[in-house]
Design a protein around this ligand. Sequence first.
Ligand code: NAD
Length: 497
Amino acid sequence: MAERFCNLIAGRWEFPEANPPIESVNPADISDVVGIVPESTPEDVNRAVESARKAYSGWRLVPPPRRAEILFRVAELLVKNKHFLGELVTREMGKILKEGLGDVQEAIDMAYYMAGEGRRLAGETVPSELPDKDCKSVRVPIGVFALITPWNFPIAIPAWKILPALVAGNTVVFKPSSYTPVCATRFVELFVEAGLPEGVLNLVHGRGETVGRVLAEHPLVDGVSFTGSTKVGEAIIKSCAGIGKEVSCEMGGKNPIIVMDDADLELAIEGSLWASFGTTGQRCTASSRLIVHRDVYDAFLTGFTERAKNLRVGCGLEEDTDMGPLINETQLARVLHYVEVGKKEGARLVTGGRRLTGGVFDRGYFMEPTVFTDVTEDMRIAREEIFGPVVSVFRADSFTHAIQLANSTDYGLSSAVYTRDVNRTAIAERELNSGLVYINAPTIGAEIQLPFGGIKKSGSGHREAGGRGGAIDMFTRMKVIYRDFSGRLQKAQIREE
Ligand code: NAD
C-alpha cells in the first residue's frame, strides 16, 4: 500500500476523502506508486484560503528579518535533505538524478537568497519640494497568495514562489501539480519543521480544472502566481482580471539557439544537446529550434544528430542515463502526435520519433531523442510548444536572417547565440525578443539572483526570482508616505507666483 500524503490547512495535516484520491506514479516505472494524495473539494480550498486570511493579520506584522530566520532554517533543512529530495524528484518526475539534485539546489539557493531579502526589503526616501515634510515609500505585503505550479521543477518552482511570498509578509495557499504532489508535500514539511506559524503556508492537493481554478478565482485570494502552460495561464489572467487581483503567469516557450559560422562548433553542439534533451525537453526554456548558419549547417547537423542518437535513455536513477522518461502517457502521446504532424507538414525526420519499447522501456514513458530538418517557419512544429525531446534544425542565410527566424514565434522566453564576434553578441542582446538571452551558452540555466520570465505568450505580470525587479516586486506593493511636520497647511504644486 502506497504512502498517503495530506493537505496542510491551518497547521493540520488532513486527507479529505470526498473524492477518489490521486495516485502519483514514477514515470520510469508505472508499477511504482510514489504516493497517494487527496483530490480536494472546493470546501477544502475555502478552508485553506480562510486559514491563510486569518494567519495574515499576524504574519504581516512579524519583522521581515524574523520571517527570514525561518527561511534560513528552511535552507539548512533543504541542505540536510538534499539527497533524499533529489532522488524523490527523479522518482516522481523522471529527470535524471543530477538534475533532480539540481532542482533541490535551486531551492536551497533561493532559500538563502530570500532569507537575505528579509533585511533588504527597501523602499525609497526622497526629498520633498516643501519644507518640513518628508517623503518615502515602503514595501507592504499584498495578502493571501494562491501559488499554482507545474510538475517539471517540482521543488524549485514552488521554492521560487513560496519563499519570496513569505519573506514579504504574505500568506499562501499552494496547489502543486497533481503529477508531483509528493515532492510538494515533502517540501512543505520542511517549513513546518523550521517553525513557520500555523496557517501561513497551506497546501491543497488536486487537479487544475477543479482545485486550481477554484483557488485562483477565490474572492479572498489577493494575488495569483502561476507557472504552467500558456493555455491555462491565459485562462487565469482572464478570469482574475474581472476580480482585480495581482496576477503573474510564467508560461510556455519555443526557444531558439542561433549557431553562427564563426561559433565554437563543439561547444554549440554540446550546449544544444543539453538544452534540447536535458529534462527530456520538458523545460520551459528548453531549446526546440536550432538556427544554424548555412556555412556550418552540415557539420553541425552531422555532429548534433550523431550525439543525439547516442544519448542513453532510461531510468533517471541509473547512473549512466542521459535522458529520462516523459512525465505521463498523455504527454508522451502529445509529443508523438507532434512527430506525425511534422512528417505530414513535410519536415524531414533525421533521427528518433518513436516510443521506446521492450525491457525496462515497457515500464514507463520513454521516447527517442528526435531531430527534424527542412522545417519552415509556418509549420506547427516550428511554432507550437511540444514540451518533449523534439528539436527542429533551421538553415539561416545570414545573421539577420537567423535573428528574424529566432523572433518568429508567439513565444519569447529564452534565446541563445553562439558566435565569437563581439559585435554580433551586442546586436543579439539588443535584437533577440525574449526575457532571457544567453551568449555562448544554451537557453537553459537561469540563476536565482536575477529576474526570470518571458514576453509575448511566455509571460505576463511581474518577473519571478531575483529581488527588486523580480520576485520582491511580485509579492509586495509600494506604499507612499508623506509626513508634514511644519504644523501648517502646505500645498504641493500650488505656488504663490
Ligand atoms: P499546466 O498548465 O497543465 O498546469 C500547471 C498547473 O496549473 C498545475 O498545478 C495544474 O494542476 C494547474 N491548472 C491546470 N488547469 C488549471 C485551471 N484551469 N485553473 C487553475 N489551475 C490550473 O502545465 P504543466 O503541464 O503542469 O507544465 C508544463 C507547462 O509549464 C509548459 O507549458 C511549460 O512551458 C510551462 N512552464 C513554464 C515555466 C516558466 O517559468 N515560464 C516553467 C516551467 C514550466
